[in-house]
Design a protein around this ligand. Structure first.
Ligand SMILES: [Zn+2]
Length: 106
């Protein structure tokens, strides 16, 4: 599911979302100050993420936890573990934090 598909399934017009800056490790954390409403229901957002929609660029998709859980796509192909771990390691390196990853996969 693309970001455009996600917004379409939620009935959210991407032009109504705030523009998001280029990715950085702390941008989303700074946004979660309780001042942004959930894009789905209007309650204070407790989760945020950037979506990238052709023609609109990166936009913030702020959601409250119930809406995040209810609207997060499930299923579909799983990302390979090695790829997921590599993304986590890169994010930790960029953030300058130590990271220990434990999996149940041998
Ligand atoms: Zn909500």
């Amino acid at each position: 599911m693309t970001d455009a598909d996600l917004l379409c399934s939620l009935g959210i017009d991407p032009s109504q979302l705030d523009p998001a800056p280029p990715w950085s490790p702390h941008a989303g954390i700074e946004r979660l100050d309780g001042s942004h409403p959930c894009a789905c229901c209007g309650q204070p957002a407790r989760a945020t993420g950037a979506v990238d929609v052709p023609g609109y660029g990166r936009r913030w998709l702020d959601r409250c936890m119930p809406c995040l859980i209810a609207t997060t796509p499930r299923g579909g192909p799983r990302a390979p573990l090695a790829e997921t771990v590599a993304v986590l390691r890169e994010a930790a390196r960029e953030a300058g934090v130590a990271l220990t990853i434990r999996t149940d996969t041998p």
